[in-house]
Ligand binder design. Structure first.
Ligand code: AMP
Ligand code: FE
Ligand code: FE
Ligand code: ZN
Length: 269
């Protein structure tokens, strides 16, 4: 049985596996159709591509852009041209906004007696910083024992060091992907049900939604599949794997169904 998993993170954003190790893990898990979708960065592809070829996996280039509309409103871009200078410039800008947000978070944590310098975060240049790396420092210092505990106690909405997202609008995220020749796909729609506006986003150029996602129940998945059809959108599948030591540490995957995934397959190399 061929499996598909088009949503994975590496150490270029908040995943814990380097791209080559991620390719080996995907092959081990029986994935045939794969994409690396780091948050606001595509630098991992340089190492990823030869590793995927070596592992014999089919793939399309990917990225996941975080918007400022909602915590979980993320737009996946597939089949993007990695060499597109406008895409590269936009991603640099989005990563810069993240740095500003994280510095505010560190200030709030400082006020709570938790002193973390921005330089303490394990994020090399040209990679993406996010709250998970703040959580990892707190974990290393035994302030919390898991990433999700750090979110619950400090970093999530309602917690004392929470700062809202400051990324681009949904329109800008979609158009950034489209201008780079990519397909724009709404990530984990179940996590943004309250702000869902597929008709408007379709007008911006949205192409698909990630109907198959581990947190979706069977009923929710069926609902997203029919919602997609109603709006003329295709569906994709991904597990949002972040690597060992995270809450999303199971590669997993979904059965590849030619009829359902024929559209996204066109983005494959
Ligand atoms: P950020 O990019 O800073 O907005 O952080 C969002 C990322 O944090 C997501 O992509 C997840 O990888 C991770 N995340 C979000 N919520 C949680 C949670 N409750 N527990 C663990 N990780 C989380
Ligand atoms: Fe993440
Ligand atoms: Fe996401
Ligand atoms: Zn993701």
């Amino acid at each position: 049985m061929a499996l598909i998993n088009l949503h994975n993170h590496s150490t270029f954003s908040d995943g814990t596996l380097e791209p080559a190790a991620l390719a080996r893990e995907a092959a081990r898990a029986g994935i045939k159709y794969f994409s690396l979708t780091d948050h606001d960065v595509t630098g991992g592809w340089e190492e990823m591509e030869p590793a995927l070829k070596q592992a014999g996996l089919a793939y399309c280039y990917g990225v996941e852009i975080s918007t400022g509309l909602h915590e979980n409103l993320h737009i996946l871009g597939y089949g993007i041209n990695l060499a597109d200078p406008d895409l590269a410039a936009s991603l640099v800008e989005f990563r810069g906004r993240r740095v500003a947000r994280i510095k505010k978070i560190l200030e709030l944590l400082g006020g709570l007696g938790i002193t973390i310098a921005f330089e303490d975060l394990p994020v090399p240049a040209n990679r993406t910083v996010g709250r998970p790396q703040v959580a990892d420092v707190m974990r290393a210092r035994k302030i919390v024992s898991t990433r999700s505990q750090a979110f619950k106690r400090y970093l999530a909405p309602g917690a004392p060091a929470y700062v809202g997202p400051n990324g681009p609008t949904v329109e800008e995220a979609i158009k950034t992907i489209k201008r780079a020749g990519g397909k724009a796909v709404l990530a984990h729609p179940g996590a943004v049900a309250k702000v869902l506006d597929l008709a408007a986003w379709k007008d911006f150029g949205l192409d698909g939604i990630e109907a198959y996602y581990p947190a979706h129940t069977g009923a929710a998945t069926r609902e997203f599949v029919s919602l997609a059809a109603r709006h003329g959108l295709f569906v994709t599948a991904g597990t949002d794997f972040h690597g060992p030591g995270t809450e999303r540490g199971n590669m997993g995957g979904f059965e590849f169904d030619e009829a359902q995934f024929s559209e996204i397959k066109k983005a494959f190399i």
